[in-house]
Design a protein around this ligand. Structure first.
Ligand SMILES: [Fe+2]
Length: 240
């Protein structure tokens, strides 16, 4: 059984379309929307292709009609891109985002999977990088063999006792300094963290043609080209 794992697509269709992997199942770990120019295509891809999908904090905000405040970092980018999501998505796509569960559990080949966007303690919002000791506490009661997570936009896998924690990274907005689209393949007991080049300039051209303010276009273009935001203090990132 070959499983494709994607997360944090963030309306970047050019990145998502570049992933070309044969697979039997597809897991989608949330944040289909905000930031990027093509939410409609990305939501419809998930509707059609994701065997199991969960809700990210951005899916939640768009589906629930949550306005964002903030004038710096990711919160600024979310605030200015969210109205464009509402314009691009109709009732069908909003309903899809709204019905996405916060967690999913299932068994494949005898392995118990738990999907959650953030962490089991705080499915939508807790950011946790590759912190083995903290993850061990978070998954201690998870009763899962593989916990698949997203949200940090940083790719990793690690072992916490008998539980594997897998973050496939971000398809549409990597934040680890590598601009290529990130995803993962689970094949039996093997986990591969993968990257694929995609036409970044096409995504930027789509964004340039959008109604985003010029400042947001500049920041997002830098982010897509460099796989991170321009150099700013961590306190300035203002993660939403
Ligand atoms: Fe995200």
């Amino acid at each position: 059984m070959r499983i494709l794992v994607v997360s944090d697509i963030h309306a970047n269709w050019a990145a998502l379309a570049a992933i070309n992997e044969p697979h039997d199942l597809c897991l989608c770990l949330g944040d289909l929307v905000d930031y990027g120019p093509d939410p409609f295509e990305c939501v419809h891809w998930a509707m059609k292709h994701a065997t199991y999908a969960i809700r990210g904090n951005h899916d939640h905000g768009v589906a629930q009609g949550v306005p964002v405040v903030g004038d710096k970092g990711y919160r600024y980018l979310t605030r200015v891109s969210r109205p464009l999501m509402w314009q691009a998505l109709g009732a069908e796509e909003r309903r899809y985002l709204l019905q996405l569960p916060l967690t999913q559990r299932f068994v494949v080949d005898g392995k118990r999977f738990l999907l959650v966007h953030g962490t089991p303690r705080d499915p939508l919002d807790e950011y946790l990088m590759k912190e083995p000791e903290i993850w061990a506490r978070r998954v201690r009661e998870s009763e899962a063999d593989i916990v698949c997570v997203g949200h940090s936009h940083v790719q990793f896998n690690l072992n916490a006792g008998s539980t594997v924690i897998l973050n496939p990274g971000s398809v549409g907005q990597p934040r680890d300094g590598d601009p290529r689209a990130a995803y993962a393949i689970i094949d039996g007991s093997k986990i591969e963290l993968k990257r694929v080049e995609y036409p970044i300039e096409d995504a930027i051209a789509r964004m340039e043609a959008s109604a985003l303010p010029d400042l947001a276009k500049q920041i997002l273009a830098y982010s897509l080209r460099h796989g991170r935001l321009p150099n700013v203090a961590a306190s300035e990132l203002d993660l939403p």
